[in-house]
Structures are given as C-alpha cells and as structure tokens.
Design a protein around this ligand. Sequence first.
Ligand SMILES: [Zn+2]
Length: 207
Amino acid sequence: MREEKIKKQIVQYSKILDQKGLVNSLEGNLSILDRETGLMYITPTGTRKAFLTEDQVAVMKGDEQVGGTKKRSSEYILHKVALEARPDCHAVLHVHAPNMTAYAYCNKGINLRCSTTFSILHDDIPCIPYGEPGGYGIAKGLDKAIQGHSIVLLANHGLVCVGKDLEQACAIVEATEEALRIYEIAKHMGVSDLNDAQLESLKIAKR
Ligand SMILES: [Zn+2]
C-alpha cells in the first residue's frame, strides 16, 4: 500500500541520516508529500531517528495532523512551504549538517569554485535571513529562494534540501556536506579554483 511504502521510506532514511550524524533526537526532520492525496508524511518531534517506527510517522493534511502516534515536528511549516514552492519535488530534508550549518551561523551563502561535486550540484547555496524556529518566521523567504536552488541555508539555524524523492535529497546533502568537509582541509593548503570555462562546461554537462 502506498501509505505504508511512504512511511517505510521515512523510517529508512531517518536511520541512514542518524547513522551519518546528520540528525539527532532534537534536530532534523524528513518529509514526503503524496501529491495525489495531498497528505504530507513527516518525522515526529523529539524522537531519536534511529528508533523511529512507521506508526510514529506523522501524517499532515494542511496544518492538521490526521495520523501518527506522535506529534508532528514543529518545523513542518518549513517542509510545507518548500513543497508548495517546488511542485517538481516530493521530499524535503531539514538538517543541521555541520559544515553547511557553519555558513548559516555566519549568515553566509556558499559558492565553491574548487569542487566539481559542488559545481555539478549547485550554482550556489543562498542563505535566507534569520527567522524564529517553530513557526512561519523561519520559513520567510524560503519559497522564493528554494525555487532556483536545491539547498537553502537558514541563518543561525541549518538548511532545507528538496528532491524528487528522499534518495535524491539525501544524496545532495551528503555529497555537498562532504565537499565542504574536504574544502575545510584544502583551504589551508591553497585551493585551486576551476576557471569560468571549466565551470560552464560542468553546468552544461549537468543539464
Ligand atoms: Zn532545525
């Protein structure tokens, strides 16, 4: 059944992200929107993702929780706003991946020119201004920013990533986080950037 399959994916990817240290009991949430029924499935609040079970996955119809044995994440609004702005996407990750979140703490966007991985995945990663978590404040400006980007940083907080499914969103977060981790090592050695023609060629290859 479709609903069971979606819940299973949320549980599977929650465990994968937990293993990688990208989510914990208090931080990070994952969602899938079933565009046929309009129902959004999201991880519950305050639950260790490694222990998450399918019956605990919260089911949202708009702002109302219609299923799941635990209360929905307080950040469901972030997911709702991102999914409304990106009709081509069906899954959202909100995480505090350390290398990307460091830029969010500095209110800086990311534009790496030394990494083919980064350049294939992103033109750049913007950072939207600070908004208070747990409501619409944190999502202000996300609708516009997420339209041209798969990842948007949330100032002083973390990031949102959209994908056609959870596999794609997780893959983008993992690869981008890894590129930034390597950059932190490389920048002390004198990074060599790709030139404009090389970057343009990567962007053409990606289309
Ligand atoms: Zn958060």
